[in-house]
Design a protein around this ligand. Sequence first.
Ligand code: ATP
Ligand code: MG
Length: 582
Amino acid sequence: MKDKNDKIINNKPAGLPEKKVNMPPNFIRTIITADMETNKYGGRVNTRFPPEPNGYLHIGHAKSICLNFGLAQEFGGRCNLRFDDTNPLKEEEEYIQSIQEDVRWLGFDWEDRLYFASDYFVQLYEWAVQLIKTGKAYVDDLTADEIREYRGTLTKPGKESPYRNRSIAENLALFEQMKNGKFKNGEKVLRAKIDMNSGNLNMRDPVMYRILHASHHRTGDKWCIYPMYDWAHGQSDSIEKITHSICTLEFEDHRPLYDWFIQNLGIHAPQQIEFARLELTRTVLSKRKLLKLVQEGMVDGWDDPRMPTISGLRRRGYTPESIRDFCERIGVAKSNSVVDLALLEHCLREDLNKRAPRVMAVLRPLKVIIENYPLNQIEELEAVNNPEDPGMGTRKLPFSREIYIDQDDFRENPPKKFFRLAPGQEVRLKHAYIIRCEKVIKDEKTGEILELRCSYDPATRSGDDPGGKKVKGTLHWVSLQQAVPAEIRLYDHLLDNPVSDDAGEEPDFLAPINPHSLEILQSFVEPSLKTAAAGSRFQFLRQGYFCVDSKFTSPNKLVFNRTVSLRDSWAKIEKSQGSEEK
Ligand code: ATP
Ligand code: MG
C-alpha cells in the first residue's frame, strides 16, 4: 500500500478516466459532415484562422486555431493563416511574428497558405468601384459623429444622408480622389447603399472605406484609404475560396451584411458558422486589455507567465498537447459560457504527469544536520525519474550529513495528524533514510529556527529494507553541499476581478493586479538540475510542476516558474459532479 505522500507525489487524480470519454458535441463537425455528403463545395473543406495582428494570441485564440486547423485535418482539407491587417494604426510586425510562432508551437501548419488581407487591397478597391457602378455604394461627406447619429438605434429608424443620392459618375470621381489623397482623414467615407430602416443596424449603409493617411506595415504609403473590417473580411474569405468561415457569435448579426456584399458582387460564397467564444474564470481574454497590462508595465511582457497568452502559457511550462486536449474537451457550442480555469490546469497535470521527470527542490530551505552521519561521507543514492514511466530510468542523488528540507515540513508544536518532522518525530527522506528530530536550534534573540539536529537510522536506507520500519511521512530534501541555488517563481491569478469579455468599453480600464500573483523565492534544487535547459519541465516532488524560465535563466542563474501545483481542484469538481448525478 502506498502512503499518503506517495499519492500526492504520483498525482493521479482519483476517480478520473485516463482517456477522453464522452467527447463534447461539436455542431460544426455535424454541419461539415452534412456538406460533405451533399457535395456542397465539391467535397472540399477549406477553413482559415484570421487573426488581426494587433497583439499576441491568447488561449481564446487557441480554441479557434484548434477548431479551424483541427476540422481541416479531420476532413482532409486545408486551413489558411490569414492576417486581417486592415488597420495600419494598431498593427506591428512583432505581432505577425509571434502569431506564426504560436500557431506553429500549438502544432499546426498552414504550409504555403500564409495570406494577408492587405494583399487584397487592389481587388477590394476594384469591387468597391463595381458596387458604385451598380448604384450600391456612395461617397458620404458626413462626419463620423453625424453618421452615428443618422444611423438611429434599435428602436429608432435611421435617417438617410443628404449625400446618399449622388450620381454614379460623381461617386466614381470622388472615390478615386479619395484614393489619390485629395482629402484629409475623416473628410469622406465610402458607404454601402443598403437600407437605413433595416432592423439590423449593420445593414444601415455601413462604412466600407475610411481615409487614413498612415503607413501600412506591408503596403507602405501606397494607400490612404483603408477598408473597414466588415468590408474586407467576407471578401477575403471569398478570394481564398473558404468553404466554412468559422467565427465567434458576435458576428452573427454581421452575416446578412457579408451575404449582401457577396451576392451583389456575384462571387464565391463561403458559409459562415458562429460559435461561442472561450471565456475562462479569473482570466482576461481581450487583446486590448492585455496590451494595457503590457504597456503599463504591470507584467514583464506579453509572455509574462501570468498572462493567458499562448507565449505566456508556453513560458509558464504549458505543453501544446495539454492546450489541444483542453480545446477538444470544452467542445464548441452556440451559447456563451464560462469555462473553469481548473479544467485547463487539469489537462496540463495529466500531460505533465506522464512526461515530467521527478526531482527534488527545497523552496524555503531549513538546514538539517544529521549528527550521527559520518563527517565528509557522501553517498550516491539511486532515484527513480518517473514512477509513471520506468523507461525514464534512474539518476544518482548525493546524500550527506547536512541537508535542506522545506520549512513547511517542520513544526515545533505540530498539530494532530502532522506526519512530517517535529521534535522527537520520525520521517523518511525520499530515496534515503528515516531520520528523527533531536533538537531545534534557534536564534536566541528572535526565536527564529536556524537549524535542526537529527539522527538517522542506517538500517533504513530506501530499497534495502522492504519489510522494515514504517513511518507516516516522506519528505523531499537536497544535500546542502551539492545543492544548486535557484530562483523559484510562484504564480497566482493576475487579476482580482477580471471582466473577461471585451463588450463593455471601459476607456480607463486599469486592472487591480493581485499583489500575490508573483512570489519570488531563493531556493535550492538537486544537482542534476544544474544544466537543465531553458523550457524543460519537471515535477518537484510534493510541490508541483516547474519549468526552467526562458527569459531570466542565464549561465550563472537558474530560474524556475511554477507551472501548476499538484493540487487538482478539477478532479474534485468532477468527482462531486459525478456523485451528484448518482
Ligand atoms: P480580442 O477580443 O482578444 O481582441 P479578437 O476577436 O479581436 O480578440 P482576432 O485577432 O480578431 O481577435 O481573432 C482571430 C480569431 O480568433 C477570430 O476568428 C476570433 O473569432 C477568434 N477568437 C478571438 N477570441 C476568441 C475567444 N475568446 N474564443 C474563441 N475564439 C476567439
Ligand atoms: Mg478582432
